[in-house]
Design a protein around this ligand. Sequence first.
Ligand code: FES
Length: 131
Amino acid sequence: MKRLSGITELNLLVNGERRAVAARPSDTLLRVLREELGLTGAKAGCENGDCGACTVLLDGLPVKSCLLLAVEAEGHRITTAEGLKDTPVQKAFLEFNGFQCGYCTSGFLLNAHSLIAARPEANNETDRERL
Ligand code: FES
């Protein structure tokens, strides 16, 4: 059983790579991704689950990494905006300038990517409603 006090070593599967990281049980996945692994695609916005700037995929589904403890993500596939490099959704955002200020772009990218994967038959109307 994993020790849940003090610093503990986690093995996270991030963007297809196994990453070992030292973390406290209270560390959010957002903090560990940004500060321990240098993956800054997920942003700290509201840090209470409202804005979506911190969105990552956990086993293909969008989650707000500010609300998830890093220890809870162990054993799951984590995808960050960095993991969407050269995907069709990233190329579409580039082609159509889908950025606005850019702060929450990773949240939109990851939500759009998961929507396309889950419902390839979706159309503009259903995509707009979901986003
Ligand atoms: S930072 Fe706003 S939902 Fe996580």
